[in-house]
Design a protein. Structure first.
Length: 202
């Protein structure tokens, strides 16, 4: 094979490789945007309360029990298998918990809520991937939020209300929950008090 033939072959191979790369990027991009555009039907109940003495109007956005079950290689096979099975238990019309949660966060922003209250069991088990996903979503909010743990947020595998669950897995939530068991938000004429009932003591 002459030098010219080799150069032609190399050029052809490089062109084929470039076309394959472009096709792969296009395919991945189309899948990504298709998933992003998927409409998720939300079932949001709106309640209006009239409280004597209030002169301002407040919108509090409460969401709970999304049971996000994202796992990755940092979890044991046993934990990943368990959460894969539980995924179906907490899907809404086939939509997994993390997608539904993301849609609710987007809705809270659209409604321009004054505060978002997360009322427990947002995460089904304290897998790091789930915690990080919730943390990333909450960072997009431009209003305060308060995260209260439920009985599932800090379980992990067979560790449920155990000493290890409290010592090792509950602290994983500190980046989104903090280490406080209650939160107080003061507005001009309103005080909002939220309490963590993960111990079922209230």
């Amino acid at each position: 094979m002459t030098l010219i033939d080799r150069r032609k072959l190399t050029s052809i191979l490089m062109m084929v490789f470039a076309v394959l790369c472009i096709a792969a990027v296009f395919y991945i991009g189309m899948r990504y945007f298709k998933n992003r555009r998927m409409s998720i039907p939300l079932n949001v109940s709106q309640e209006t309360m009239h409280v004597g003495g209030l002169t301002n109007t407040y919108t509090l956005y409460f969401l709970t029990d999304s049971h996000i079950t994202l796992t990755d290689e940092r979890d044991t096979d046993a934990v990943r298998n368990k959460e894969t099975m539980r995924n179906g238990n907490f899907s809404v019309n086939g939509i997994l918990g993390y997608r539904y949660f993301d849609a609710m966060i987007a809705d809270a922003k659209k409604e321009e809520a004054d505060m978002v209250i997360l009322g427990g069991d947002i995460i089904d088990s304290a897998m790091l991937a789930s915690v990080e996903h919730v943390e990333d979503q909450l960072k997009t909010l431009d209003m305060p939020y308060y995260y209260l743990t439920g009985n599932h947020d800090f379980e992990h595998g067979d560790e449920y209300f155990s000493e290890k669950a409290y010592s090792e897995y509950l602290p994983r939530l500190n980046t989104i929950h903090g280490d406080q068991t209650y939160h107080v938000a003061e507005y001009e004429d309103l005080i909002v008090f939220t309490a963590d009932d993960s111990n079922n003591q209230i």
